[in-house]
Design a binder for this molecule. Sequence first.
Ligand SMILES: [Zn+2]
Length: 226
Amino acid sequence: MRYIQKLETPDFFITDTNGLVLWDEYSDTFEMRTKKRTLKEYILKEEQQYLCIYCESKITLSPENSHIEHIKPKDVGRYPQLTFDYFNLVVSCEGKCHNEEDDNRKYNCGHNKDNNYDENLFLNPTLVEDISDYFEYETFLENSISKIKIKESSKDLSKAEYMLNILNLNDENTIITKSRYLTLLKFENDVIAENLTDEQIQIWLKEENLPFISLLRYKYPNIINL
Ligand SMILES: [Zn+2]
């Protein structure tokens, strides 16, 4: 996971959601759905580089592929007052982008987290600037997978463990760990083995819009400075 700097609340969002109370009202009509999509696109493009806030998979605007996620759950009894608080809104994958074909279960990220949110344990990627320091990565060559691990030197092991569990980021029923490994392999083949210059690497990274950027940063801290 990486720190995401939220921008100021955009004016269009204030105008578009003026008077709305329930989140469902934001998709009541075609016009409203278009407005909601504009917000999703803005967050993905301007803040998240089209990567899921939690697992860092590459995501698109399609509702099949991503949704606007309330970091603090909006449901009654939780944080309904933050339903339209821009700083509580990020974009998550649908939790099935790493499934085997025909498997539509939602395994990870926002859908797995659902209404769970322990204020004392949750590492909010938009607030915890050193969130990357809680995690490290281990590659298992024999299985061609890469897993997120809790860094032993983490300031708080229980928070890191809570996050891995609540977001289910190492699920072996899915191919998320394999996707991580393949991304690393691609980076090593296309960039490291080719001895690209810093400038070429920056261009390459922009074009590739690479997923799992925290894994690459962890492995190659001098090269990945996006
Ligand atoms: Zn995700």
